[in-house]
Design a protein around this ligand. Structure first.
Ligand code: GLN
Length: 552
């Protein structure tokens, strides 16, 4: 039978619970165990797909088309555990399911209540993940203990141990131990209160992970152990990382977290293998080159809106031994300042996905700049669509060319809705979502990057390249280098005469890992390095950059 780990948070939000869960999953996986990660989000939207990136950050898409929380991106980047729709639930989705059952008469006349009906539904969603191929289910509860909206989840996980036996469950609580400069001390009181809150609900944490800015003094750790009723060795410091989140699992190993979890749950674990990860993190301290990549988008003010894109750029940097400096530029700034000024010093330019009209002109000006100057360009989803609009207007001379998303009356709808999308009236979960196969043209930049002509990538869009314009584009030098297997949907466009100009309708950023950079990102960065070396000379030949030594 599978064992269950519940990860909760306290004191403040944004402590990196998702990263901690991903790291725990990774350590267990690297001890030979099969893990499944899952997150509950205590808000009422049925999924994050309908939420603004300013509210929520990136919407992370899975193979099965589920639109999920961005923490699932961490889970996938840190582990190989397969994720699916059942790995992310919101309160809205839980209630929807209970209410649908009530309408169907499933409760046979009973009064339907938070306890037991909502809590039972939550417990069922946890249990569903404990399939035969899973040794450990790791469940993250979003928000912090004490939040009104989180209550049913805490109640459900408390009951869970009662149902299946405490020895099959482990409660890990993540808290903050702030350092007060004025007092010159780390303060344990918020952690004590947070654990007090948990114990009031009936949950005694087995392990405390304490986020700290500075080293957690021994006596403070002892105090936490005593006041919170937790073993001393299970009070684990997780200090802020100097420059990469990929250090988190290493510091948890240094504090024996994997050992404690394995022991407490009596898991049949093997010896930890983590050398490749260690080498990867170490390589990030000794870069050989540097590169400036400009990401021009609408939501750059929210630092998590393009989370997976930024991470993929870092992964591609690791693969190329290159420190990637990401410059996030609001596309409206390009409209205000002009591309020349706003993009000065760019070695490579990326336009990510997005929705709606605002900032589109800035993206078109950016793409023209990259296309005309031979700067490596990577367009993702809306980035591909904008590249097509820019090409239509400025190369094909199609005045007013546009996407029907931005102008229903455009005389040249180079990007338009598929017939099946025209019938869609509901917003939630109705885009073209999830993994779809794609066939690449032999010898194209995309095929060379993948080393294959048959690929599968995740999608999240409604609009498509309009097939009526294919011939005109190809004759003028922009080729369709990837399509759906039946040839009906354009998936990849390229300009063969440009050093590296590739647009993709999919979201490759959802399939990149730090130890296995996505091929398109890897080649995009490689092209950026070549551009910088050839056009700008200098910097790449300077001595390798060395960053501060690893902290143990
Ligand atoms: N708005 C565009 C569409 O729906 C692009 C979506 C995206 O970039 N994810 O097709």
């Amino acid at each position: 039978m599978a064992k269950f780990i519940f990860v909760t948070g306290g004191v403040v939000s944004s402590l990196g619970k998702g990263l901690t869960c991903a790291s725990i999953g990774m350590l267990l996986e690297r001890r030979g165990l099969r893990v499944r990660l899952q997150k509950f989000d205590p808000y009422l939207n049925v999924d994050p797909g309908t939420m603004s990136p300013y509210q929520h950050g990136e919407v992370y898409v899975l193979d099965d088309g589920a639109e999920t929380d961005l923490d699932l991106g961490h889970y996938e980047r840190f582990t190989n555990a397969p994720l699916h729709r059942g790995c992310n639930y919101t309160t809205g989705r839980i209630y929807l399911s209970v209410i649908e059952k009530e309408r169907a008469g499933a409760y046979k006349g009973k009064t339907v209540q938070v306890i037991p009906h909502i809590t039972d539904e939550i417990k069922a969603c946890i249990k569903k993940n404990a399939t035969e191929d899973v040794d450990v289910v790791i469940t993250e509860i979003g928000g912090t203990v004490g939040d009104i909206e989180g209550m049913p989840y805490f109640e459900a996980i408390r009951q869970f141990a009662l149902d299946i036996g405490k020895h099959n469950c482990l409660y890990i609580h993540l808290t903050l131990v702030p350092y007060l400069k004025a007092a010159g001390e780390s303060k344990t009181k918020p952690t004590q209160h947070s654990v007090g809150e948990l114990r009031k609900i009936g949950i005694q944490p087995d392990i405390l992970i304490c986020r700290t800015e500075r080293e957690l003094p021994k006596d403070e750790a002892e105090k936490i152990a005593q006041f919170c009723n937790v073993e001393r060795r299970a009070v684990i410091e997780e200090r802020d990382k100097e420059y990469t989140i990929y250090e988190v699992p290493l510091s948890l190993v240094n504090n024996q977290l994997d050992e404690i979890v394995v022991e407490k749950l009596a898991l049949p674990a093997k010896k930890l293998y983590i050398d490749d990860w260690r080498e990867m993190v170490e390589s990030m301290r000794h870069w050989e080159k540097e590169l400036n990549v400009c990401v021009v988008g609408k939501y750059v003010r929210h630092h998590d809106a393009y989370k997976s894109v930024y991470e993929s750029l870092i992964h591609a940097g690791i693969a190329n031994r290159c420190r990637v400096h990401i410059r996030k530029i609001e596309s409206e700034k390009i409209e205000a300042d002009g591309p020349e000024k706003a993009l000065a010093g760019a070695d490579a330019i990326l336009v990510p996905g997005g929705f709606d009209k605002r900032g589109i002109q800035g993206k078109l000006d950016t793409i023209r700049h990259a296309r005309e100057r031979g700067i490596p360009f990577f367009g993702i989803c809306l980035g591909l669509q904008c590249a097509a609009i820019e090409f239509a207007r400025n190369v094909l001379g199609l005045v007013g060319a546009n996407s029907t998303e931005f102008d229903l009356e455009t005389p040249h709808p180079v990007i338009t809705l598929l017939d099946e999308q025209k019938k869609v009236t509901k917003v939630g979960g109705t885009m073209r979502l999830g993994a779809f196969p794609c066939v690449l043209k032999e010898g194209s930049k995309a095929a060379l990057a993948y080393g294959s002509t048959e690929i599968s990538e995740r999608h999240r869009h409604r609009f498509e390249f309009n097939n009526q314009y294919r011939e005109q584009f190809e004759q003028a030098g922009m080729i369709i280098s990837g399509t759906s297997p039946d040839g009906s949907l354009v998936e990849v466009i390229e300009i063969p005469d440009h050093p590296w100009f590739v647009g993709v309708q999919c979201h490759p950023e959802f399939k990149s890992k730090p130890t296995a950079a996505h091929p398109l990102f890897r080649e995009f960065i490689a092209a950026g390095i070549a551009y910088r070396t050839e056009r700008r000379g200098d910097a790449n030949r300077s001595k390798p950059l060395t960053l501060p030594a690893a902290r143990s």
